[in-house]
Design a protein around this ligand. Structure first.
Ligand code: SF4
Length: 451
């Protein structure tokens, strides 16, 4: 595929950039930062290839399938626009990208905001306009207006054997608490009703800074997971914690959940339940007795919803290990579960482990786990029928509103469908009574307006 020749633009026309964002919410936050910076410098943003002077492709490099998808996206951008700057996780494999697509203008790695912006300056020189402030104070968001991801740290100090994120993104680097809180305040002032806290390891937040003190609203806070949860919980919006590991200090956040200051929702990527497999995976907190911890948390906060992801077919996983995982799921009765079939990731130590599981066994275990969890989820959700809960509206049409409860993170969990829409708009919070449940979703009627 040969790149298209550079466009010639009218002199004085506003330089315009397109962006293709692939990968996880952390990559999405990187995209938002790049766009915010470019918009601040006077660049316009284009939603299609044809309107852009150049296109930035923010890639994902986690799994081999994600790398292929990223390479395909680069190829498409080259074919459609011709002037392409590559950034993100796959950017660490610059030679591979240039071998396939010699015409790309620049390749930069994850979080290299300065380098991406410099590459954009080279490709499409900026126009100076000191009189126009083009950026809203909350920056440019790629999520709907009523919720936003809040990235509190980059990188990771762990060495999970199936993962190359620490290699791609480096060790844990936390943002000072006051810095995170100022961004959170700007988002709330701009109408955000739900903050989704993300990182690679939210519970380790601040460790790299020695939990340094940080002043916000004239109060001193430590840059620490629990202090951050408390500060965010004072903003009056939903606060949802993702990527938490079950370290002992996580117990301290449960009172905030029981009090309603932080959503009673924990996204904990357990990945497996067999101690042998968890050890081979080198998972953080793998020695924790998780079922006892979950029971204790539920005593303290009965409303707690736990979401998790699991990997089946990890090298060395026997039928016995897998059955242990199913039994653990029966005992844990998690609200929300995602499952992946193990895949080799280039450069990950797990590739060299003995006992690789054949693809058909992985597929069979995947189907069994999903069916097993579906029955659990169905019975857990059935228990909610007749209860009254708070929900947040995501979308409205003539037939009703699509909302979420505290059990549902956007995009990944279920929905609450409301058979009324009058007067409702995205971001509204209201009380509803649940009158029907399926395996993953709920149906409800409004009780009274809340927000
Ligand atoms: S905790 Fe493990 S899986 Fe998560 S980013 Fe760190 S090394 Fe990767």
């Amino acid at each position: 595929m040969s790149p298209k020749p550079p466009k010639t633009k009218q002199r004085g026309a506003t330089p315009t950039i397109g962006l293709v964002s692939l990968g996880c919410p952390k990559a999405l936050v990187d995209s938002e930062r790049i766009l915010t910076r470019l918009r601040a410098e006077g660049y316009a943003l284009s939603r299609d290839y044809s309107g852009a002077d150049a296109v930035v492709v923010n890639t994902c490099g986690f799994l081999n399938s994600a790398k292929e998808e990223s390479l395909a996206a680069i190829g498409e951008a080259l074919a459609e626009n011709g002037r392409v700057i590559v950034t993100g996780c796959l950017g660490v494999e610059a030679d591979r990208i240039r071998d396939r697509y010699p015409g790309v203008l620049a390749v930069t790695g994850p979080q290299q905001y300065e380098a991406v912006v410099a590459a954009v300056h080279d490709a499409v020189p900026r126009r100076h306009d000191p009189f126009v402030d083009l950026v809203p104070p909350q920056g440019i968001k790629l999520t709907p207006r009523h919720y936003a991801y809040l990235k509190i740290s980059e990188g990771c100090n762990h060495t999970c054997s199936f993962c190359i994120i620490p290699h791609l993104r480096g060790p844990l680097t936390s943002r000072p608490l006051a810095d995170v809180m100022r961004e959170a305040e700007r988002l709330v002032a701009a109408g955000v009703q739900e903050l989704l806290v993300i990182s690679q390891d939210t519970s380790a937040y601040g460790l790299d800074l020695g939990y340094a003190e940080s002043t916000w609203r004239d109060r001193s806070f430590e840059t620490r997971f629990v202090d951050l949860a408390a500060a965010l919980g004072s903003l009056g919006v939903w606060v949802r914690l993702h990527y938490v590991y079950p370290y002992p200090h996580v117990d301290q956040v449960l009172p905030l959940m029981a009090d309603g200051r932080v959503l009673p929702y924990l996204d904990i990527p357990f990945q497996h339940a067999s101690p042998r497999i968890l050890k081979a995976m080198r998972r953080p907190a793998h020695q924790e007795k998780t079922l006892q911890r979950i029971a204790k948390w539920r005593q303290e906060c009965p409303e707690l919803a736990i979401r998790s992801t699991f990997i089946v077919g990890f090298p060395g996983e026997t039928e016995e290990d897998f059955t242990e995982l199913l039994d653990w799921l029966s005992a844990a009765r998690l609200a929300r579960v995602g499952c992946f079939k193990y895949e080799d990731v280039e450069g990950a130590p797990a590739n060299a482990l003995p006992g690789q599981v054949p693809d058909e066994v992985k597929s069979e275990r995947f189907a069994r786990l999903m069916a097993h969890q579906q029955a659990i989820s169905e019975s857990v959700l059935a228990e909610r029928v007749g209860t009254t809960i708070e929900v947040m509206v995501d979308a409205v049409d003539e037939e009703g509103a699509v909302a979420r409860s505290h059990w549902d993170a956007p995009e990944i969990d279920g929905n609450v469908f409301i058979d009324a829409s009058e007067g409702l708009k995205p971001g509204d919070r209201l009380m509803v009574t649940i009158d029907e449940a399926s395996e993953y979703d709920l149906w409800a009627k409004p009780v009274a307006s809340f927000a």
